[in-house]
Design a protein around this ligand. Sequence first.
Ligand code: SIN
Length: 356
Amino acid sequence: MKSRVSVILMTMAMMLLGVQCAFAAASDKPNVKILATGGTIAGSAASDTATTGYKAGALGIDVLINAVPEVKNYANVSGEQICSIDSKDMTNDIWLKLSKRCNELLSRGDVNGIVITHGTDTLEETAYFLNLTVKSNKPVVITGAMRPATAISADGPMNLLNAVRVAASPKAVGHGVLVVLNDQINGARDVTKTNTTSVDTFKTPELGALGYVNDGVPEIYRDSTRIHTAKTEFDVSNLSELPYVKVIYGTANDDSLFVDAAIKAGVKGIIYAGTGNGSVHKNAEAALAKATAAGIVVVRSSRVGTGSVIPAEQSYIDEHFIDGDSLNPQKARILLQLALTKTHDLKAIQDMFHKY
Ligand code: SIN
């Protein structure tokens, strides 16, 4: 009898210890907040073979987290819905809301990292905006999916799991905003979407990925040398809007139509996505020179996709065009928007294009 009582007591003690250990394990895990914005990762299609023609952003964050309970093995996760959009419809307002929310969360001692779920179409733009405006070294990881959540072999669940693994990893601290899809870790500045439909779409052309998620283990091998996150000069905490900057795409047979329209519409900046080394068609160049004379900042970028835009023609220097360095046009637009919140000095803005 005595030994039966002691067995019961011992069992109860072990159960109690087990519960305590489980709690200890839970509190030992990093706390990762998942901010959801919509996209294909939250997309729902009419059939499990449909990979187009679905509704992006249809599923809430709790559905996504519950579909991948394994995330809880790596972090204490909780979700928050920022918006539910197809990312082609991304706005300055959502960027500002997202950046401010990241900054609030990351300033707290009980948040170790953030994962953002996002549509892939403008994912690289949001990543770069946050890379310039989040004031923390803690991991911020953006992920998405090319196939809707309802598809056979949907890529979203593994991408979400890997994003949480990276956000929970001390190895991800201090590398700027990271883009994690298809087992690859890319840096926000240089990553771009390279394929319209393939799951292997996010690449850093020529410069290469920062790392991989190797069978569930994040490894980071290199860094961009450009300044990001906690070290930038940009502060959106008191901003409620961003300067109006448009991208104009250069082609053969170009004219001044869009540049004239942009001047008339009151833009503060123009990114000219030129041919080759940011070359500007002579018809557009005359109009862009009028733009700079009117105080609009003009940046030469390139539609080529790789390489840097460097000063080439004396006329571009005389007309005060800024070189967009190696940023693609959509990212040059973001840097110019933020630059114009700080200064209108052309030399200072040119320096920013060599720094960020
Ligand atoms: C979107 O960008 O929201 C739709 C496309 C995608 O997520 O792949």
